[in-house]
Write a protein that binds this ligand. Structure first.
Ligand code: NAP
Length: 454
């Protein structure tokens, strides 16, 4: 079987790759397992030197990696460069922090010495999505490798070039062959891998169905999982908000990465006193966005990554309009050969419209009008998702209530939700469980071993 890399801006094939066979996968698991026995005994300073080298490779060749990301999934080249730089940052972060995070935790008891020792657990399978082809992987791999674990990557089938590039970067950095391996396989092969005794844990970033499937298998195998799933983040704007700042954040929040971000602001919940002004300004700004060639510096929004994803978004919007929602702008798919979609805004969305309850994974903003913060929070929480949330307000009491009552893994105030290596990242409800980044991300895949010496 072949795995194809298609440029979504043109619909043309970039390259076809041979999928790995059953034997290839078995060999990779064996190599990973054997390598773990050596990698777990390396010192933090040895691992740090390798991780710093990986960061240098990312930084010094960012143009090459940036072009690869843009060609495989359509993000603008300028945002691809930012993604590569952020990967270098996360490598350096864990290179510096891992030893401190994993230090013994002394707990006084009657024993002469008692403490928690943090030990790596072994081979971790990472199932990753295409939307940030480097970042999603590096944010898992940097802490995992620094902790002494080894990784197998099953990346999304449309980004095989990125998947192999990451393996190349870790190999060139000097990590032992087998510390990080890419498996070019379809999702139907994941279950068998998870059932292999040598795989100790899994992390999945992706859709709810994929998360359920991996979690079900790992549940039956008693294996640790971290799930980073979909989101339908609320972005609340209250009357005291700085309107220009709110509009700026709303535009970047909804359109970054061509609208294909799990933590994108997706549902804009606006207080009635400022609703009309916000709506008019947002529509004007959306209409001014430049959709086109993602390599062009002037482009705001490139194509969507896959034709199927673009067509599904189109159907969700069409069905929402049929159900009674108003399409204020955009929603056009007739822009050339690539998988383009002009950024759209929906308003007056009824509860039975797909836009009300489903994640819209593309450049579509849903507007809602509310009379109070109470109503805004009720609406924000009226979803099965709970990834991030944002509120724009100057009112201290409103900030306190929003931070307490929004059901999400994070609340950002007067800012967009963002991932930062220094802060834990993850969701609640159907957005998943477990945390990435910060010390939490590293500690998800360690054995917190109790030691008691009498
Ligand atoms: P997806 O279809 O779930 O794919 C993600 C990964 O899971 C791919 O590697 C895919 O492989 C694999 N996969 C799919 N079904 C599987 C199954 N039944 N068993 C095992 N693996 C399976 O997700 P997507 O559509 O590419 O990505 C968009 C979704 O990811 C959105 O919902 C978005 O919100 C979410 N996301 C979440 C985060 C977060 O941090 N919370 C970040 C980014 C994206 P194939 O490509 O081979 O199908």
């Amino acid at each position: 079987m072949m795995m194809k890399s298609i440029n979504p801006a043109t619909g043309k094939e970039i390259k076809a790759y041979n999928e790995h066979t059953k034997d290839d996968v078995q060999n990779a698991i064996t190599l990973a397992h054997d390598t773990f026995q050596k990698h777990r005994l390396t010192s933090f300073s040895e691992r740090k030197a390798l991780m710093m080298k990986a960061a240098d490779i990312l930084d010094s060749e960012k143009e090459k990696w940036g072009e690869l990301l843009t060609s495989e999934m359509g993000k603008t080249y300028k945002s691809a460069i930012v993604e590569v730089e952020k990967c270098a940052l996360v490598c350096r972060h864990y290179a510096d922090q891992a030893e401190h995070i994993m230090q013994d935790e002394i707990i006084e008891t009657e024993a002469s010495s008692s403490y928690v020792k943090h030990l790596p657990i072994g081979v971790v399978l990472a199932v990753m999505p295409w939307n940030f082809p480097f970042w999603q992987v590096f944010r898992f791999a940097a802490p995992a490798l620094m902790a002494g674990n080894v990784a197998l990557l099953k990346h999304a089938s449309n980004v095989p070039g990125s998947a192999l590039a990451i393996e190349e970067i870790f190999n060139r950095a000097g990590f032992a062959n087998g510390c990080f391996q890419t498996l070019l396989i379809g999702s139907e092969k994941v279950e068998a891998i998870l059932k292999d005794d040598r795989i100790r844990a899994a992390t999945l970033t992706g859709s709810e169905p994929a998360g359920r499937s991996v979690a079900a298998t790992c549940g039956s195998e008693i294996k640790t999982t971290v799930l980073e799933l979909g989101g339908s983040d609320a972005f609340i704007v209250m009357p005291s908000a700085d309107m220009e700042l709110a509009i700026d954040k709303a535009i970047t929040g909804r359109t970054m990465n061509n609208g294909q971000s799990c933590i994108a602001a997706k549902r804009f919940i606006i207080h009635a006193d400022i609703y009309e002004e916000f709506k008019d300004k947002m529509v004007a700004r959306f209409k001014a966005l430049k959709v086109g060639n993602p390599m062009d510096d002037e482009t705001d929004i490139g194509p969507m990554a896959l034709k199927q994803i673009r067509d599904e978004l189109y159907e969700q919007v069409e069905a929402s309009v049929k159900a009674g929602a108003k399409l204020l702008c955009g929603g056009d798919v007739s822009n050339g050969e690539g998988y383009f979609y002009t950024p759209a805004i929906l308003a007056d969305i009824p509860e039975d419209a797909p836009a009300y309850s489903e994640e819209l994974f593309g450049p579509v903003a849903s507007l809602y009008k509310v009379e109070s913060l109470d109503d805004a929070i009720k609406l924000a929480n009226a979803t099965r998702f709970g990834l991030g949330s944002a509120i724009m307000t100057q009112d201290a009491k409103e900030i306190e209530i929003a931070c307490r009552d929004l059901e999400a893994g994070s609340t950002f105030v007067n800012a967009n939700v963002a991932s930062d290596p220094r802060l834990p990242f993850g969701g609640v409800k159907s957005s998943g469980y477990g945390r990435e980044l910060c010390s939490d991300g590293l500690l998800e895949f360690v054995n917190r071993k109790t030691i008691s010496i009498s």
